[in-house]
Design a protein around this ligand. Structure first.
Ligand SMILES: Cc1cc2nc3c(=O)[nH]c(=O)nc-3n(C[C@H](O)[C@H](O)[C@H](O)COP(=O)(O)OP(=O)(O)OC[C@H]3O[C@@H](n4cnc5c(N)ncnc54)[C@H](O)[C@@H]3O)c2cc1C
Length: 380
């Protein structure tokens, strides 16, 4: 079977890439080993934070701006609500990485923001109980995007624009043969001019020749029934992140089911195999989240109603990886995770379609070049 472009893996990034290919009337096919909405990869658990004052590095800000505008375009194209603006409070000691990094990005890019003391934040949002030397950077334009619905929307619109979508079909090899790419699955083989591999946690095992030191880590998400739900109303309470001596914890306003989603960024750094890792959530896992967080957010304390594991695919520098497979200019790889990629999905999907079809993208992706690892590996 011949296509122009094959997309391998239809999670956050692959579904967005397929959508942008299909909009350009390219004969595109997407292959996914599970069913959309599955809970084995990185993109389930309903929501993901979107924030502009990017504490990881100010150079992400233009891509967040583009992604936020594109989430709105996707809403207009689909008629679904996919992004909710709630504002965000990023909280910690004034010298914490979260506060200093957020402020650096906000100042460099002139983003609207306020810095308030812990005392003022607690007056405004009585759910918090914070050490008196903490501060909060408040930004009005942050919020959350709908993760699973975002993927379903990209796939639905892709199919409507003519993309071929095959689910329950695992790819076992992706190879460049002259000016063609051959993709082998457990069932059959496909040929195309180009391929985009967005296999998330399975990227390194599918393409061992990649040469990028990606590591998969196990994360945990909890949904709790808060003691004082009225203090977490959506439309009033913001998304929040708190850096303390226990790491960075984060959470969302109340879902319409009355539950509060909370988690710890980098719950575990231990490397796992995405095929075999432990998907059960232990009491110790729960305590790593609820212990520190319920002390700083006592109004949230309440029974855990639901818990899930999820995977981060980490690059050693916590950035993304986007580039061509070394020696195979027709195979593009994208692993925009390191625990913070979802918000960018529409912008990265567009960039992948551009790069695949024209070799260029007007998004600045230089920070994510695969060559930063390939060169480093060659030097050793
Ligand atoms: C707990 C948690 C919280 C997060 N919070 C945020 C947040 O608040 N904000 C944010 O922006 N980001 C966040 N992220 C990060 C974000 O979710 C990821 O960056 C994003 O989901 C990565 O998408 P992906 O497409 O690379 O991977 P995935 O969505 O996992 O997609 C990969 C797909 O490839 C398929 N696949 C793999 N191998 C094969 C194969 N051989 N054949 C066919 N198909 C294959 C998989 O089944 C999967 O569907 C969070 C991640 C986690 C785990």
């Amino acid at each position: 079977m011949t296509h122009d472009v094959i997309v391998v893996g239809l999670g956050a990034m692959g579904s967005a890439a397929l959508y942008h290919l299909s909009r350009r009337k390219v004969r595109a096919i997407g292959l996914e080993r599970f069913e959309p909405g599955h809970e084995r990869g990185s993109s389930h658990g309903r929501t993901r934070i979107i924030r502009h004052g990017y504490f990881e590095h100010p150079s992400y800000v233009p891509l967040v701006r583009r992604a936020a505008a594109m989430w709105r375009e996707l809403e207009a194209a689909s008629g679904r609500t996919l992004m909710t603006v709630t504002g965000i409070a990023e909280i910690g000691r004034p010298d914490s990485a979260l506060v200093t990094g957020t402020l650096a990005a906000a100042r460099e890019h002139n983003l609207p923001h306020d810095v308030v003391t812990a005392h003022d934040l607690m007056r405004r949002y009585p759910a918090f109980r914070l050490p008196s030397d903490y501060v909060a950077v408040i930004q009005p334009d942050a919020g959350f995007v709908e993760a699973e619905a975002g993927i379903r929307t990209h796939l639905h619109l892709s199919a409507a624009a003519g993309a071929d979508i095959r689910t329950g079909e695992r790819v076992v090899a992706v190879e460049q043969r002259g000016d063609r790419v051959r993709v082998l699955t457990e069932r059959t083989q496909y040929e195309a001019g180009r391929a985009i591999v967005t296999a998330g946690p399975w990227t390194a095992s599918l393409l061992p020749e990649l040469g990028a030191p990606l590591q998969v880590t196990r994360q945990v998400l909890l949904w709790v029934r808060p003691a004082q739900p009225e203090l977490f109303r959506t439309g009033w309470f913001p998304v929040f992140m708190i850096e303390s001596e226990h790491g960075i914890h984060y959470g969302f306003p109340l879902h319409d089911d009355g539950l509060l989603k909370i988690a710890k960024h980098h719950h575990a750094r231990e490397v796992v195999d995405p095929e075999t890792y432990d998907r059960s959530v232990s009491e110790a896992d729960e305590a790593m989240i609820t212990g520190p967080l319920f002390r700083m957010l006592p109004a949230a304390a309440g029974p855990v109603a639901s818990a899930k594991t999820c995977l981060y695919t980490m690059a050693p520098d916590d950035d993304f990886i986007i580039g061509r497979l070394p020696g195979c200019e027709r195979i593009l790889i994208a692993s925009p995770c390191s625990g913070h990629g979802f918000k960018f999905a529409p912008a990265i999907g567009q960039a992948l379609a551009d790069l695949s079809l024209t070799g260029r993208s007007d998004a600045d992706l230089s920070r994510f070049a695969l060559s930063r690892f390939v060169k480093a590996a060659a030097a050793h």
